[in-house]
Design a protein around this ligand. Structure first.
Ligand code: SF4
Length: 231
C-alpha cells in the first residue's frame, strides 16, 4: 500500500485539453458521490496512507469538495493536494474554508505555456491562462505550496525555457513536466500533437537549467527549485 491516496472525484471539467487522457469519461461519470469518496478515504487511512492527492477531471467543480477535504483532515491526512487546472475563480471556495484545518495544504495547478496563445489553445479554454496565472498568484499570496504540472507537446516544447522562467517568477516550489500519455483525447491527437522525445530534450534541459537557477524551495530547507520530467 502506498502512503498516498489518489482520489479521482469525477471527470467533469471546464477545460477541453487536446492532450486529455480521459476522452469522453466526463459524460460517463461527472462526479462520484461524496459517501463513496469518504469510504475510499477511510480505506486509505486504514491501510496507512497519510497523504492525499485529489484529482479529476477538475476536482474544484465537485459540489462536495469542501466536505471531502474536511473529511480527509478529520481522518488524519496530513498532506492534502488539490490537482486542478488552476483557474482562479474555482480556487476561491477552497481557499476560503473558514478554518485553516479545513483547507488543502498543497495545490497542483497546470500551466502549459508562457502565454495565453499556447495555453488557451492547448486547453481549449479561452481565458484559461489569465485565470490560472491569477490562481497561482493568489495561492502564493496565501502562503500555499504550489507544484505545477505541464504537458509537453509539439505546440509548446520550444517554449519550455520561457515557461520555466514564468513559473520561477511566480514563485512555485516545484514544476513538473510530463510527456503526453497517449490515450483518451491525447491518443486521438497523438499523430500531430505528440513531440518526439529526442526533439524536446534540449528544450527540457534548458527549462531545467532555468529551474535550477530559480532560487530556494522555501519549504525544503533552501534547495533549488526542482524539475521533474516524466518521459
Ligand atoms: S487534462 Fe485535466 S484540465 Fe485538461 S480537460 Fe482533461 S481533466 Fe480537464
Amino acid at each position: 500500500m502506498s502512503d498516498r491516496v489518489d482520489l479521482k472525484v469525477g471527470f467533469q471539467c471546464n477545460n477541453f485539453c487536446r492532450f486529455c487522457v480521459q476522452g469522453d469519461k466526463r459524460q460517463l461519470l461527472a462526479a462520484k458521490p461524496a459517501a463513496a469518496l469518504r469510504r475510499l478515504l477511510e480505506d486509505g487511512r486504514r491501510e496507512g496512507a497519510n497523504a492525499l492527492v485529489v484529482t479529476g477531471g477538475e476536482p474544484a467543480l465537485h459540489k462536495d469538495i469542501l466536505e471531502i477535504v474536511r473529511a480527509a483532515r478529520a481522518l488524519g491526512y496530513s498532506l492534502i493536494q488539490i490537482q486542478s487546472n488552476g483557474r482562479a475563480f474555482l480556487l476561491r471556495g477552497l481557499l476560503q474554508a473558514p478554518h485553516r484545518r479545513g483547507r488543502p495544504n498543497e495545490f497542483g495547478p497546470s500551466l502549459h505555456g508562457p502565454g495565453a496563445r499556447i495555453h488557451d489553445w492547448l486547453t481549449g479554454a479561452p481565458g484559461a491562462f489569465v485565470q490560472t496565472v491569477a490562481g497561482i498568484k493568489t495561492l502564493k499570496k496565501l502562503g500555499q505550496r504550489v507544484i505545477t504540472n505541464s504537458v509537453i507537446t509539439k505546440a509548446n516544447y520550444r517554449e519550455l525555457p520561457d515557461l520555466a522562467r514564468l513559473l520561477v517568477a511566480l514563485g512555485v516550489e516545484q514544476f513538473q513536466l510530463a510527456f503526453m500519455h497517449l490515450s483518451g483525447r491525447a491518443g486521438e491527437n497523438k499523430s500531430w500533437l505528440a513531440a518526439r522525445k529526442s526533439v524536446i530534450e534540449p528544450y527540457v534541459k534548458a527549462g531545467s537549467r532555468r529551474g535550477d537557477q530559480g532560487g530556494p524551495d522555501r519549504h525544503d530547507g533552501g534547495h533549488s527549485l526542482l524539475l521533474h520530467v516524466r518521459l
